[in-house]
Unconditional design. Structure first.
Length: 187
């Protein structure tokens, strides 16, 4: 099929094409040198993104009918986001993933996807957009800085943490760490 006429369509991810989204998300994991961390299935993506209270939202860069990538894909980029809250700033939007297939990079697709997420955030009353970038991905860091983002590790010293499944389970069961807890009150 032809790859000419790359007029991009930026739209929310639809259930009927969600299976096309799994391949680019796996490509992102390979690019980030973390392919073994991909555990989600197409069914899981559908359940989590299209349930009554979705865990995420997603906008995609989709090629027009009759066009596809070298590998035969019609979705050539995506931005996955969700809403979070800051007790200091209020409503925030968090961009978990921003990915564009290599053959479509440098054509403004990533910027347009990020812009679409920013518009959605503003429509929802968000005061900030947050995201994370691996420290070795200089191209992405420079891209976000050019778009006006602040590198909070460099400017404010913030570090972001996550609890993997086992640590999360231990934490939920009260088995994590060796803290003394609240103890008792004695007058």
């Amino acid at each position: 099929m032809s790859r000419k006429g790359i007029a991009r369509i930026f739209a929310p991810l639809r259930p009927e094409v969600s299976f096309l989204f799994l391949s680019p998300s796996q490509e992102l994991a390979v690019f980030e040198k973390l392919p073994e961390q991909v555990k989600i299935t197409d069914e899981g993506l559908r359940e989590d993104g299209f349930c009554q209270d979705p865990f995420y939202k997603c906008v995609v860069a989709e090629l027009p009918p009759g066009c596809q990538s070298k590998e035969g894909h019609t979705i050539v980029g995506y931005g996955l986001y969700f809403f979070i809250y800051s007790t200091w700033k209020g409503r925030n939007i968090y961009t978990e993933d921003l990915y564009v297939m290599p053959e479509f990079r440098g054509k403004g697709v990533g910027r347009k996807l990020l812009s679409e997420i920013a518009k959605i955030g503003l429509e929802k009353g968000c005061t900030q957009m947050r995201l994370g970038v691996l420290d070795w991905n200089r191209r992405a860091i420079d891209f976000y800085l050019r778009q006006g983002a602040a590198d909070l590790t460099a400017t404010e010293g913030w570090h972001f943490f996550r609890f993997e499944a086992e640590a999360l389970q231990q934490l939920a069961l009260g088995e994590a760490g060796a803290g003394a807890g609240l103890g008792s009150c004695r007058a």
